[in-house]
Design a protein around this ligand. Structure first.
Ligand code: KG4
Length: 331
């Protein structure tokens, strides 16, 4: 069978990325220009500045990805691009670049849901992985449990009603002075800490598979403020270990419940928070048949968009030049 080569373009937040992937699973190149160091001085992503930086980086990233794959656009079967969810100005940069390339090359344009992209990182890391499975998708803007019935047939079983898990980690990370991006910094800060030193409330949403992280975040803020008022120092290492372990346990509680309800034991993790070592350690104890992407494929990247683009492309998905950025796109 002829190979299918997809160019994937991603610009939904603060990573400009382009990649070339063969048959949805084999990465020929994966180029990422991260803006994280730049946004660190502001304590978070500044949307307007992110858009401008995407403009500078997008074509060099695409060129680099094609060069590293050793091909030209002629060898690409389709151009896949994230069209949501994300920051609207940031999304528009990648989308406009993809449309321009599709127009001049005559190659099909395939819009990709960024969240589906995260799930597809697992197909790259595990070439034998096939649906059906459950996926815990936890990132900076989303936390949900997805039933992956087939490659493009996805049903959300539960989602956060307020903050995403990544957001809860990033905000507290900033408050305790670790800065941005909070996830990796808090992960590092908690290594070797006592995960039971501090406790946080369990916020289970009744019989549903939904999550809530705002109460946990507020409890952490109160704990920090009360310590300050008493003139006591919190132990950063123990605090970081306790907070992340708690979030990991909350995430896994519903995932295990979903596994029991559906009878599906095969479970993937995806999204930036799936890089978290505390989550991985708790997940390893869960008895689930567990898959998670390599660290570089947990956070935003072009390869996952090319992979998702491949499954959309072989299903027949094609978009025209009217495709617009959808900042609140859902699965
Ligand atoms: O998937 P991603 O790169 O972007 C979104 O689509 O949101 O995820 C970014 C999120 C941020 O909240 C970041 O702090 C978190 O993933 N993150 C982590 C870790 N690495 C990234 N959270 C916890 N532990 C990590 N090691």
């Amino acid at each position: 069978m002829k190979d299918t080569i997809i160019l994937g373009i991603e610009s939904s937040c603060d990573e400009t990325a382009a990649a070339v992937v063969k048959n949805g699973r084999e990465v020929l190149s994966n180029v990422i220009a991260s803006q994280a160091d730049f946004h660190e001085q502001y304590g978070g992503v500044v949307p307007e500045l992110a858009s401008r930086m995407h403009v500078d980086a997008v074509y060099p990233c695409i060129d680099d990805a094609l060069n590293k794959a050793g091909i030209t656009l002629d060898y690409v079967d389709a151009i896949a691009v994230t069209y949501g969810p994300g920051l609207v100005g940031a999304l528009l940069v990648g989308l406009s670049a993809a449309k321009g390339l599709a127009l001049v090359s005559g190659k099909p344009l395939v819009g990709v849901n960024h969240l589906m992209g995260h799930i597809c990182s697992n197909y790259i890391c595990f070439p034998e992985l096939q649906p059906p499975f459950l996926c815990l998708l936890a990132s900076g803007g989303n936390t949900q449990i997805v039933h992956v019935k087939d490659y493009t047939d996805l049903t959300v079983l539960g989602r956060t009603r307020d903050d995403a898990a990544g957001e809860a980690i990033d905000k507290i990370s900033r408050v305790i002075g670790l800065g941005y991006p909070g996830g990796p910094k808090m992960d590092k800060a908690g290594q070797g800490g006592n995960p039971e030193a501090y406790s946080f409330p369990l916020n289970h949403m009744g019989d549903t598979l939904d999550y809530s992280f705002s109460g946990i975040k507020t409890a952490a803020l109160n704990l920090i403020n009360q310590s300050k008022q008493k003139g006591e120092e919190i132990d950063l290492c123990d605090f970081a270990a306790s907070y992340q372990t708690h979030i990991a346990k909350v995430l896994l509680h519903n995932l295990i419940k979903a596994s029991k309800q559906t009878g599906i034991k095969k479970v993937c993790l995806a999204g930036g928070v799936s890089a978290n070592s505390f989550l991985r350690a708790e997940a390893a104890k869960s008895g689930l048949d567990l898959y998670y992407p390599s660290l570089g494929l947990c956070t935003d990247n072009g390869a996952m968009i090319a992979s998702a683009g491949y499954f959309e492309y072989i299903k027949g998905t094609r978009h025209d030049m009217s495709l617009n950025a959808l900042p609140s796109l859902k699965l």
